[in-house]
Design a protein around this ligand. Structure first.
Ligand code: ADP
Ligand code: MG
Length: 335
């Protein structure tokens, strides 16, 4: 990396919106694109069709401004450059960075999130092999999910995990497999393995994954003065979180009891997440981690020098208007 990139100040919290293209199904149902993006001013407008009392239609416009708005033609490479790339150098200097994908099921969270850890690890390995050559840095990968308030290791056949706090505000996930990696190919295999484990649920791919939060962590550690007998010391961390479908938090009145419990947990975790990010932004000393499993797990990522990137994914279609407005309002309140 050039020197200026290392020194560039990076915002503590960045909120980015990404719109996906209309899909075939939406086109065949004659749904319309109701989202206008103005990349230059970082703003977007939602055109909501409403009915008057006499049942004539009118359009209500809702305008939002974010740190960046990414239109449907923006590539995954550009998304990386806009979101995660700027925070990568800082994790060699004790920073913990967290990138969330938020939005309703089908809005593009997984599509957006999946390539990011691989691109980030390419940059991390490059820094390790050049700028920080022979300085004892090591890279570790772990991948787990939170489903119904419980933790499962996606790199170890979904084995159940428990969480422990060490009294020094450090969270420890007992039994979580952490793989030391030194080449991109291995990282790629691990990401694919974990993603496949996540989606092979009982009720079909997107259905199952929409009810869980998937958390992939890249941890930088360092060997203390070449001493191979001591475990390496944690330095910084980069977490990628593919959140549960935001509409799932509303499943609290579903006929199925299990679905209701999961819905309540998702609702609680998304609310707690919003509160934690807001508290971070206001430099509050008390951060309400205890609100949910998700925020408890992320506790050490919110303490000290932390960076948060929220990518809000939205569908362009008229049929998703209500969910899209909910997603944008959530993103608006995080800021
Ligand atoms: P989610 O994880 O939010 O449920 P997905 O990432 O699975 O949504 O996306 C739903 C579908 O839309 C997938 O088939 C995906 O390939 C497609 N898709 C999502 N975002 C984009 C995009 N920006 N460009 C093209 N296709 C996309
Ligand atoms: Mg998904």
């Amino acid at each position: 990396f050039p020197e200026k990139e290392k020194a560039a100040p990076v915002a503590k919290i960045k909120v980015v919106v990404r719109k996906r293209p209309l899909n075939k199904k939406e086109v065949s149902k004659k749904e319309e694109d109701i989202i206008d993006i103005e990349q230059r001013s970082n703003s977007l407008t939602v055109h909501e069709t409403k009915l008057k009392v006499d049942l004539t239609e009118y359009v209500e416009k809702h305008e939002f401004v974010f740190d960046a708005v990414l239109d449907e033609d923006v590539s995954n490479d550009e998304v990386y450059r806009e979101t995660v790339e700027p925070v990568v150098p800082a994790i060699f200097n004790r920073t913990k960075a967290t990138c969330f994908a938020y939005g309703q099921t089908g809005s593009g969270k997984t599509y957006t999130m999946r390539p990011l850890p691989l691109k980030a690890s390419q940059d991390i390995l490059r820094l390790m092999h050049h700028t920080y050559r022979n300085q004892g840095f090591q890279l570790f990968v772990s991948f787990f999910e939170i489903y119904g308030g419980k933790l499962f290791d996606l790199l170890n056949d979904r084995s159940k995990l428990c969480m422990r706090e060490d009294g020094k505000q450090k969270v420890c996930i007992v039994g979580l497999q952490e793989y030391r990696v030194s080449d991109v190919e291995t990282i790629k295999e691990l990401i694919e393995k974990g993603s496949a484990t996540r989606s092979t649920g009982t009720t079909g791919a997107n259905e199952e994954s929409s009810r869980s939060h998937a958390i992939l962590q890249l941890a930088i550690k360092r060997r203390v003065d070449g001493n191979d007998s001591k475990p390496p010391r944690p330095v910084g961390k980069l977490s990628f979180i593919d959140l549960a479908g935001s509409e799932r938090g509303a499943d609290t009145t579903d006929n199925d009891k299990q679905t209701r419990i999961e819905g309540a947990e998702i609702n609680k975790s998304l609310l707690a997440l919003k509160e934690c990010i807001r508290a971070l932004d206001n430099d509050q000393t008390h951060i309400p981690f205890r609100g949910s499993k998700l925020t408890e797990v992320l506790r050490d990522s919110f303490i000290g020098d932390s960076r948060t990137v929220m990518i809000s994914c939205i569908s362009p279609s008229s049929g998703s208007c209500e969910h899209t407005l909910n997603t944008l309002r959530y993103a608006d309140r995080v800021k």
